[in-house]
Design a protein. Structure first.
Length: 277
């Protein structure tokens, strides 16, 4: 999968800028070698006389090694791109004292083009989180600018603030965003989506279940607080729903009420939308 069109080095597959060149064991080895050669920055990575492994890199990162941090930042910027299954869980060291909901934990463009699977992030994501997501489920505690841009499917839960231009070009999928300061409407791009309260029993159940799964996976203090006071927090959530996607869901529900099974209802709804009915 192409993630960096500006890459000049060739991937093992013969192409350039592939995901495997960054977010892989070989990517870690290559990036570590390049950083060590390009700078004189002191680093515990310099003690090794063999290609750097992921274990060695993250050990140095845990010890606040500046060079290791640069490499991990690059690695994490491509986290989950093209995710098509499985589960990614990210959380900071358990002994940290900072507010996890106000510190960036993963880099930019995480989960770009994801098609399936789940992700639970006990911290804030950088810019363009879940851009072009078409089927993955993700829970995060804040995102930078352009979150859920061009999203076509899947579900995203944001337990904190977003940056500007959220949901620009979003044509499918659903996002649930915690809007404690009641100002989310100022940062969402409303060209293709509407904002609704989370009231339908299906939405309420899904939202609560995903937050519970997030807490079980990451131990999130933020998630725990929301679950323990869910009745108080629920009115503060906004449901972000694309206009056409909303019409499609309503048509599917209508077809199912007529006795169609789920798959057939989706097919009938698609053709009804296509024919402008």
């Amino acid at each position: 999968m192409l993630v960096n069109p500006h890459e000049k080095r060739t991937c093992g597959c013969g192409k350039k800028g592939c995901l495997e060149q960054y977010s892989s064991a070989t990517g870690i080895t290559r990036m570590s070698k390049e950083k060590l050669e390009q700078t004189d920055t002191p680093s515990e990575l310099r003690q090794y006389d063999h290609p750097i492994t992921g274990l060695e890199l993250f050990k140095a990162y845990k010890n606040n090694d500046a060079l290791a941090k640069e490499i991990v930042d690059t690695f994490s910027s491509y986290l989950g791109k093209g995710l098509s299954g499985g589960k990614i869980i990210v959380y900071p060291p358990k002994n940290v004292t900072y507010d996890r909901s106000e510190n960036i934990l993963i880099g930019n463009v995480a989960f770009y083009g994801a098609t399936g699977g789940k992700a639970f992030i006990n911290g804030v994501a950088g810019e363009r989180f879940c851009v072009r997501n078409s089927g993955a489920v993700a829970v995060v505690e804040g995102v930078g600018d352009h979150g859920c841009e061009y999203m076509t499917g899947g579900t995203v839960v944001v337990l904190g603030k977003t940056g500007k231009n959220f949901a620009a070009g979003m044509s499918g999928g659903i996002a649930y965003v915690l809007d404690e300061d009641w100002d989310f409407y100022q940062r969402v791009n409303k060209d293709m989506v509407t904002l609704e309260s989370v009231e339908h029993k299906y939405d309420v159940s899904l939202l609560k279940d995903l937050i519970r799964e997030h807490v079980e996976a990451t131990g999130s203090p933020r998630g725990k607080e929301i679950l323990e006071n869910f009745g108080e927090y629920l009115p503060k959530f906004k449901k972000v729903l694309p206009h056409d996607y909303d019409k499609m869901l309503r048509l599917i529900a209508k077809m199912e009420e007529k006795g169609e099974d789920s798959e057939q209802a989706q097919i009938e709804a698609f053709y009804a939308m296509k024919n402008g009915k």
